[in-house]
Ligand binder design. Structure first.
Ligand code: FAD
Length: 872
């Protein structure tokens, strides 16, 4: 009887064994597996850690007994294959329970020992708080450690598929997660312009991650482990999970002198046969053929391992009669609420392999925008310049990523072209897709590029351009332009372009952009048909631009370069919490509502703007606001990720207030009040319950969200700070004129009143306070309130101010007190300098109610945010 021995009893090994038996009842099949388990679901291990998969037994498709019985296979678990004696066709096996070594004779041998996690040779790597995740034993170790050590913070080293899956699952257990990644992006298997969406998503989830950095050593400190990074940063945590990649487990093959490839994988031919005709190999251990690259490469994925195993089994049994075509590398992963997938070649690979390519990047929706629940979806397509053959695709989105990647993968495998994408016929009904599926749209654009009907410029090239050399046109609407645009752009909405051609120079390179690229394309065709030649449309439009120019990690939120075990990722000053809390009602996550009284905020309308791209949601909101009274509140939900930033910018520009904003599975929920919240908050304050603030995390969450969101808003020149030192009437008047001018230009204004300026913000009615001698002196000599201010020049023995008031009335200029009222109503932040109050003996009670008290630090913080700083 012939004996078939298989090393490794999981994806490749177990599949091959079952196939062999299904094909032949006469042979002897033996599986050697080092672990205590066979046929387990490695891919499910992270989800068991995070408790999405709750039952341990569900991770096992088969066990030694059931598998052995069903397929009549001798399954030797806890046995390790030690050495292959090729000459005598013997494999030496160690029984790990008793350390006894014995020989097994084989006729055919299949190697499917998989790949082992990489462990860098750096100081402290043997620390017991460091884990890798490959098999059930690792899973149990991690799970037990988390439980027994009450893990609060974990460091993930490496942000590939496994690293991010583990990060998400630990996060779901309530563990604070930090990630360190060597490359400038997470998920190095995809391109940067796709990964940038993951960065913003991770930021929105509050995951701390460091890019372009590397762990160079570990040190232990009692039960805690410290990771030293190349940047000099130190991160302390309870545990570390290393996920920096895998390498083929090639020891057996190497010792047996089987041919290995450049990456250490076993070289196999098209029949999955190694350099020894009686030994076959499959799975993560091989360097198999990639027919897009036309060379062997390592593709450590479960799908190829299973398919190879089926083919190898047949070839071992019947002789080499079935070829393995090779694999292109298709993978998918869940990264919190997003799904990211890739098939075939990326742009990065094309560059390193010198393959000429063209690319398309589109922002689309999971299904028809008018049907509820449409969510954003980004698709990047790589195709061959010469013949339009599809080389690869990447997708990121909340829904519908899996089906699109599989369709394009199938097309690549059938050597499809971009013209096939144009013609691709899909099942369409509004809940599932659009009449033009994103796959078709990518095909249309690719075809236009291929036929020279469209010249595109890519974001990475665009940002390098000298803006003086180009003429940049934002063809979106004025509303969109006002909310935010690319610096240097002029606004000619596409519908006005034909009438504005005289504004567009013929001797300059013209770059057009719109929201995502479609209107840019229409504008492109208009210009081309009117005789312009050097015209380019920005690929992915303003949306890609915004993703691209944002900070790609959130590391700069963490000011310390020492991140301790107890450091809250977004640890904020408590007094700042309390201060800012007054501007944001608390969102109650459990009840999915705000803990504000509906009557108090007068909720008027709910808008569903899901599926609409910018400026759709804003326009809907604007329309609703035009119908309602001040202080009315509108709830809006939208799926355009840009909405999160746009709404802040729009609210600032239009003087409305964002009460809260939250995101859940790609849907952004915002609660927005018409008018300025600060102006009414005083009257309403008593209705809001702040009693649980000290122990509440809710505010932190809102604060974090706003911090993350606000830091991403690209608003130019948005703040002005005015120090009012003087109490001369004319100078104070000038300062309010400037403040009101700045606020109407959409800037955030802080007026910092110090020394003599403090008298301007005193209450009109005299407040009795206890004063020492010096304070009484100051109080006597200084004007008691703003109505008593004098002019700096031409005071005319006290008549100057009166003349000035008459003149102001003649010229319709408001008096200072009206100006101050207007300034406060419009959100000017009036701050009194604590230090000068102390010096001058002025107490808080003597100042107007709307005045905030702040120190020099407050001023410095505001000043550093401002691009206009005036001293009056
Ligand atoms: P494995 O399935 O790893 O099996 C190899 C077995 O051989 C191991 O059990 C090992 O103990 C045993 N072995 C090794 N050497 C010896 C020896 N000398 N003697 C005896 N036994 C030995 N892929 C995807 O496509 N999608 C995913 O979502 C995905 N998620 C993953 C998540 C995790 C946490 C991990 C670890 C992997 C994931 N993978 C995923 C990769 C996928 O699991 C592998 O590509 C696939 O299992 C490879 O199959 P294989 O048979 O080559 O190796």
């Amino acid at each position: 009887m012939k004996t078939f021995v298989i090393v490794g009893g999981v994806a490749g090994g177990a599949t091959a064994a079952a196939r062999l038996r299904r094909l032949d009842e006469t042979i002897n099949i033996i599986i050697i597996e080092r672990e205590n388990y066979i046929s387990y679901a490695n891919c499910g291990l992270p989800y068991y850690i995070g408790e999405t998969i709750k039952e341990w037994d569900n991770l096992f498709v088969q066990n030694k007994e059931s598998f052995g019985k069903r397929f009549n296979i001798d399954v030797k678990i806890n046995h390790e294959a030690m050495f292959i004696d090729r000459e005598n066709k013997i494999i030496k096996v160690k029984d790990l329970k008793n350390n006894k070594i014995f020989d097994l004779r084989y006729d055919k041998l299949l190697l499917s020992p998989g790949a082992e996690p990489l462990k860098p040779n750096i100081p402290g790597i043997e620390n017991k708080n460091i884990f890798t995740l490959r098999n059930p034993l690792d899973t149990l170790s991690i799970k037990n450690f988390i439980k027994s050590k009450n893990v609060k913070k974990a460091l993930i080293v490496g942000a590939g598929f496994i690293g991010l899956e583990v990060a998400e699952n630990l996060y779901n257990l309530g563990i604070k997660v930090s990630i360190v990644e060597l490359s400038p992006q997470v998920m190095p298997a995809i391109d940067f312009d796709v990964a940038i969406e993951l960065h913003q998503h991770l930021k929105s989830k509050g995951v701390e991650f460091y890019l372009n950095d590397q762990v160079i050593g570990f040190e232990s400190k009692e039960s805690i482990i410290g990771a030293k990074l190349l940047s000099g940063r130190k991160i302390y945590s309870d545990m570390v999970v290393l996920s920096i990649g895998v390498k083929p487990e090639n020891k057996l093959a190497k010792d047996a002198s089987l041919a290995l490839g450049k990456k250490g994988g076993i070289l196999v031919n098209e029949f999955l046969q190694t350099s020894d005709p009686d030994i076959y190999a499959v799975g993560d251990v091989i360097e198999g053929y990639n027919y897009l690259l036309e060379k062997n490469t390592v593709i450590p994925l479960a799908g190829p391992a299973n398919k190879q195993a089926r083919i190898a089994a047949e070839n071992m049994l019947y002789g080499n009669n079935r070829k393995y075509k090779g694999s292109i590398g298709v993978s998918i992963a869940k990264v919190f609420d997003l799904t990211v997938a890739t098939a075939g070649l990326t742009e990065k690979i094309c560059k390193t392999e010198n393959i000429s390519y063209e690319k398309v990047l589109i922002h689309s929706s999971s299904h028809a925008g008018y049907y509820p629940g449409a969510l954003p979806l980004t698709l990047k397509l790589i195709f061959k310049k010469e013949n339009g053959k599809i080389l690869g695709a990447q997708l990121v989105g909340y829904d519908g990523v899996d089906k699109r990647i599989d369709v394009i993968s199938a097309m690549i495998q059938k050597e499809g072209t971009i013209f096939d994408l144009v013609e691709f016929e899909h099942a369409y009904a509004p809940p599932y897709s659009s009449a033009k599926d994103p796959i078709n749209i990518a095909g249309y654009i690719a075809e236009n590029i291929f036929n020279n009907n469209l010249k595109m410029i890519y974001i990475e090239d665009f940002i390098k351009l000298d803006r003086k050399e180009i003429f940049l046109i934002d063809v979106r609407t004025k509303e969109e332009f006002d909310i935010g645009t690319i610096e240097g752009a002029i606004n000619i909405p596409v519908d006005d372009l034909r009438n504005c051609l005289n504004q567009v120079p013929k001797d300059k390179k013209i770059i057009l952009f719109c929201g995502v690229g479609l209107r840019g394309y229409i504008a492109y065709r208009i210009l081309i048909k009117h005789g312009y030649s050097e015209v380019f449309n920005l690929m992915g439009g303003y949306k890609t631009y915004q993703y691209f120019i944002q900070k790609q990690s959130n590391e700069d939120i963490f000011e310390n370069d020492f991140i301790g075990i107890d450091d809250n990722i977004y640890q904020l000053d408590k007094s700042k919490f309390l201060k800012d809390l007054k501007n944001y009602p608390i969102y109650d996550e459990k009840n999915e509502s705000f803990n504000i009284n509906k009557d108090e905020f007068n909720v008027i309308a709910e808008i569903d703007a899901c599926g609409l791209n910018c400026p759709g949601p804003i326009l809907k909101l604007k329309k609703e606001f035009s119908k309602i009274e001040n202080n009315g509140v509108v709830l809006i939900k939208a799926t355009d990720p840009g909405f999160k930033k746009d709404i802040f910018a729009w609210a600032k520009l239009s003087g409305n207030t964002i009460l809260d904003i939250k995101e859940n599975k790609g849907v952004i929920y915002a609660k927005i009040m018409k008018g300025n919240y600060k102006s009414i908050k005083k009257d309403k304050e008593s209705n809001i319950d702040y009693s649980n603030v000290d122990n509440s995390n809710d505010f932190k969450k809102i604060e974090n969200k706003n911090k993350v969101i606000e830091e991403n808003i690209v608003i130019k020149n948005d703040s002005a700070t005015i120090i009012v030192f003087s109490n001369d009437m004319d100078k104070v008047l000038a300062s309010f004129v400037l403040a009101l001018g700045a606020i109407s230009a959409g800037k955030k204004v802080t007026m910092f009143f110090t020394f003599w300026g403090l008298t301007v913000i005193r209450k009109k009615n005299k407040i009795k306070t206890k004063k020492d001698f010096m304070s009484k002196m100051f109080a006597k000599k200084l004007p008691s309130n703003l109505n008593k201010l004098k002019l700096s020049k031409m005071n005319l023995f006290g008549l100057g101010p009166l003349f000035m008031k008459i003149r102001m009335k003649q010229k319709n200029v408001d008096f200072i007190d009206n100006m101050m009222k207007e300034a406060l109503e419009n959100g000017v932040n009036i701050v009194a300098c604590q230090m000068s109050m102390d010096v001058m003996g002025i107490s808080k009670e003597e100042l107007l109610d709307d005045v905030e008290i702040g120190g020099v630090a407050t001023y410095m913080e505001k000043a550093s945010e401002s691009n206009i700083n005036l001293f009056i």
